[in-house]
Design a protein around this ligand. Sequence first.
Ligand code: AMP
Ligand code: MG
Length: 431
Amino acid sequence: MTATEAAPRTSLTVTEASAAVLAELRPMESETISLVQAAGRVLACEVTSPLALPPWDNSSMDGYAVRAADVRGARSDAPVALPVTATIAAGAQPTMPLAPGTAMRIMTGAPVPEGADSVIRVEDTDRGDERVLIIDARDAGRNVRPRGEDLRAGEVAARAGTSLGPAQLGVLASVGAREIVVHRRPRVAVLSTGDEVVDLDAFDEVLAGRRIVSSNSYTLRAAVAEAGAEVVDLGICPDDRDALRTRIEEARDAKCDLVLTSGGVSVGTYDFTREVLRELGARMRFWRVKIRPGGPLGFGLLGGMPWLGLPGNPVSAMVTFELFARPAIRRLRGELLPFPRPFSVVVDDEVSIAAPLTHFFRVTVAPDEGGQLRARLTGPQGSGLLTSMARADALLVVPLEQYGRGPVSPGTVLQALPLGDRPLRAAELAL
Ligand code: AMP
Ligand code: MG
């Protein structure tokens, strides 16, 4: 460490630590791509509409364009008869205005002729060809969608920072944005460390009781991809300084935008990750966060490349991914809201915390008969119990201030964080 370089901060709260991570990250540079390839990207420039949408007053019904004044009082026992002077298909342009006392047959989306202020749905007529009988006046003054109702010419159709899902892509297509400026997708390296972990090709070693599967390689690669980044798989590395150095240099030389390591960041004799990063000249920003699971998290910068050292325990790796890596990826992608949105739940089980740390419990969330969301623990909460995570919808947050105040009793309202980008099962059930 040079004299001017600060020692890494330690024992940060979750809020301090996530702010420290985001403070070092900027959105990726922009690139122009075809709209056809833009699903899942994030817009880097706002897009304005060169036209009004809809571009003309159009019908929201299949029926007859009329003047409201001509159909007032129409009933089945006192229908109003109007001559039909034209038929306007969805792709057609009306060639003449609607004369008073007449009707034009019109299809959904077709331009409403000048002079018409209503479309009588076909069900309220006798479907006449040359003359139509209107048998209900309920549509008088209705079913005309005005020009520019959706977007006015010159209005912003999508802002910078918008994540492009189906609806956003549809809007951009509607305004002719054939090519758009988006942020480049970040490249995120994933490296699992540990002498004890192997990939599935060595599963016989696992069955023999000598090794465990590197499940973190699978959870973290999937989480990175789900978060919308490109995965750079650095595989598995033993607890060996030279091997670690080589892999991390690989990530740096491959110009990754973020490197995630799992394991080797705690205080064990073979926990070399931080040491190797320091030797490579990384600026260490913090180590250890007041959370459980996931306390021994590290964060630093190797040249311009941010490094997040996630703990090896499978649940700790996933929880710290949600709390720190996913928001980091969102920021790199150019998204405006990097943090997960907490929501309120009623706790169903008694939960207690045994240390002054913010705790994240794996829970399932479902609404009760009153529609209130209730959270239940998925079972024992050890940081090695990956099935507790696999069953969870959300992380229940017990703030560190709860420490020393006894258990949180059932019925208490707490905040929870949704897991990943998965829609909350509870929200589906509440439909
Ligand atoms: P560490 O953070 O390196 O001390 O690892 C803590 C524990 O997490 C280890 O004892 C392993 O049981 C487990 N672990 C570490 N890396 C992985 C991995 N890649 N996949 C699954 N479990 C892991
Ligand atoms: Mg280890």
